[in-house]
Write a protein that binds this ligand. Structure first.
Ligand code: AHR
Length: 519
């Protein structure tokens, strides 16, 4: 039996709201309308050899803070807390001049090179095996990207053999000689990165050239291991590029990659939030292209010697994030050690809601990046700390359910055409836990929103509601070494009142509501 409730327990006013003008909103969730399964790969991360992301970030040989393998223990503990399901590596633009064989074997003999893309020297002490070891430590699936600019299809296929080979072959034996008897079983492989970018070291600005080369890379790699899943370069700002890649590579493209970076043109909060809301359109555009593709491939020549894809093509938002060039530490254009304040954290929560609402098309997403560079975790020689954006990244990973539910929101406007509330909802596999992630982006007004839950299973008659609210000390509050105090968290839990429910959302807040039916 299903029924609808309109609940009416005014939840406690979060600290700081008293005395402010409260606006009204309404949120309606259809508890039975599962829009799509949420891929847990939506909560991935990205690591590139860029600045202090690897060396001095998650890896620091000889540091008193590192373990015997050189992994920074303090950083590892924080990365683990994010429960990253997928880790993308080694770039990014860096990959365009990266030769994976530089990063294997005894460290003393690894080739030291200039990092031509991002500057500095690369000693290659963190390479394939270290990356895989890191993935194993944090429980993430590895996602490798191949160099299709200065690298060759054969080099990429050899990398597959090194990682996944099980027979008595040269590269599989090389892995064994490096101390890894068992194959790494790397399933996700990106063929190039932003290959359309004219200013980069790549050579594929013409989509036809990209397609021709990709076929050759992909064929040789798939002949090594036909279980691989490929992520091909799309472009959300160039529909013609994306359409052509889909049309020509459709039978073997598992994911179409797009990068969504908010790069606000000025320092205002409104500009930041709007730049993220504006990603709705390119996502819909990409979905329109995907929807034209057949879910399964009918005809595929046996002479390829490997099967075509079996699942519908999904989007891989394999780089997303916020480049607030106004909040950097002024250490140079390529430094990207941006400082994230609470307003950025609200932006990240908005992004995550957006992805959740587009779960039908988004098969994976990897936040760019993980440590020091565009990062939720920052280090120095004495320790590390979490930036404000760590909060939403962790909250969504911890609370989001398995299926996205449809939510209808009636929200006030906070000016500049921006809705105050941004909402996503989900339900767990068992159907006994419904979650709402609500961002009140309005920095001036609290919002009291009614909550209507349609087609709620009868089991929710005896349920609890947990409200976890995150607010910043101010919109521009930041954490700093030794001071992770920019974000306040409050948590209340009570019996669900079946007659009426209204939730009070503090200005500039992220609220997670967890409704849990009791057995
Ligand atoms: O994440 C930093 C850089 O941003 C990546 O190397 C590149 O792919 C993107 O433009």
């Amino acid at each position: 039996m299903k029924f609808s409730f309109y609940y009416g327990a005014l939840l406690l006013l979060p600290f700081g709201v008293v005395g402010q003008q409260v606006q009204k909103a309404s949120i309606t969730i259809d508890a039975q309308h599962k829009m799509a399964e949420i891929s847990e790969l939506q909560y991935g991360q990205f690591v590139e050899h860029l600045g202090r992301a690897v060396n001095g970030g998650l890896y620091e040989e000889g540091s008193r803070l590192s373990d015997k393998d050189g992994f920074r223990k303090d950083v590892l503990e924080k990365v683990k807390a994010l429960r990253t399901p997928l880790l993308r590596y080694p770039g990014g633009t860096f990959v365009k001049t990266y030769h994976w064989e530089d990063g294997i074997g005894p460290k003393a003999t690894r080739k030291k090179r200039r990092n031509l893309i991002w500057g500095g020297l690369e000693d290659n002490h963190f390479g394939t095996a270290e990356f895989i070891t890191y993935c194993r430590k944090i429980g993430a699936e590895p996602f490798l990207v191949v160099n299709m600019s200065t690298g060759t299809p054969e080099e990429a296929a050899n990398w597959v053999e090194y990682c996944n080979g099980t027979e008595d072959t040269y590269y599989a034996n090389l892995r064994r000689a490096d101390g890894f008897e068992q194959p790494f079983n790397v399933k996700y492989w990106g063929i190039g990165n932003e290959e359309y970018a004219e200013t980069d070291a790549g050579k594929h600005q013409d989509v036809n050239v990209y397609i021709k080369d990709t076929w050759q890379f992909l064929k040789l790699m798939k002949l090594q291991d036909n279980n691989l899943k490929f992520i091909l370069v799309g472009n959300s700002e160039d529909k013609a590029w994306s359409q052509k890649v889909l049309e020509q590579m459709g039978p073997v493209c598992d994911y179409l990659a797009i990068h969504l970076y908010s790069i606000p043109s000025d320092t205002t909060y409104q500009t930041l939030i709007k730049s993220i809301d504006d990603f709705e359109k390119p996502l819909v555009d990409m979905e329109t292209l995907l929807n034209k593709m057949p879910a399964k491939v009918d005809k595929f020549s046996n002479w390829y010697r490997f099967p075509a894809r079996k699942e519908p093509i999904k989007l891989a938002v394999d780089e997303w994030g916020i480049w607030d060039i106004h909040s950097g530490k002024g250490k140079g254009l390529y430094n990207m050690e941006y400082q994230y304040n609470w307003s950025h954290a609200l932006g990240v929560a908005t992004f995550l809601n957006l992805f959740q609402r587009h779960s039908e098309s988004i098969g994976m997403a990897t936040w760019a990046q993980t440590v020091n560079v565009l990062a939720p975790i920052m280090t120095d020689a004495n320790g590390s700390y979490r930036q404000t954006i760590f909060t939403p990244l962790k909250a969504f990973r911890d609370y989001a359910g398995k299926y996205a539910l449809a939510a209808t929101v009636n929200s006030p406007d906070m000016g500049s055409g921006i809705k105050s509330l941004d909402v996503a909802s989900s339900v767990n596999e068992k159907g006994n836990q419904i979650v709402l992630t609500i961002v009140n982006r309005d920095p001036e007004h609290a919002v009291a929103s009614s909550l209507k839950l349609e087609h709620l299973p009868i089991s929710f008659k005896a349920a609890t509601i947990k409200q976890v609210s995150y607010t910043g000390k101010s919109l521009y509050a930041v954490n700093a070494p030794g001071h992770e105090d920019a974000v306040n968290k409050t948590e209340t839990i009570k019996k669900l009142n079946l007659n009426k429910m209204e939730v009070l959302l503090a200005p500039a807040s992220l609220t997670v509501l967890v409704l849990e039916a009791k057995p």
